[in-house]
Design a binder for this molecule. Sequence first.
Ligand code: HEC
Length: 111
Amino acid sequence: MKARKITPLITFGVMSMVFFLVSGWVSAAQDGKPSPNHAWKDGAEIYAKICAYCHDVQVGPPIRNRELSPDYIRHMVRNGNRAMPAFRPSEIDDESLAKLAEFISHRSTQP
Ligand code: HEC
């Protein structure tokens, strides 16, 4: 019976594929969440993943296209203000914060 001999092979193949898919999915899920020393791609990514959570839904005031100064934005992010949370360098490092402040302070036509 040929089929009996191939069955374990197929089982093994399917199992390793499932393992491959699951491990890929798990690492993709980890990539998506900010962790200490997470390297942010650019200001737009930080805005979309952190700030938009409040500032695009009227929990916080709109901050884009208002030409707020990068210094003011950096100060707010590091120190917070009432309902505005402060972010530590382990969450947004200085370099990323500079990019974020640039991104927010520049007038853009993007929605
Ligand atoms: C948990 C919700 C929340 C998140 C997340 C958040 N903010 Fe805020 N933010 C607020 C609120 C609420 C205020 C208004 C605070 C006040 O004046 O009482 C505010 C105020 C500000 C202000 C001052 C705006 C003004 O009109 O003077 C800036 C700048 C700012 N946030 C930047 C940011 C940036 C940059 C991020 C992303 C790193 C961010 N915020 C993430 C809630 C949030």
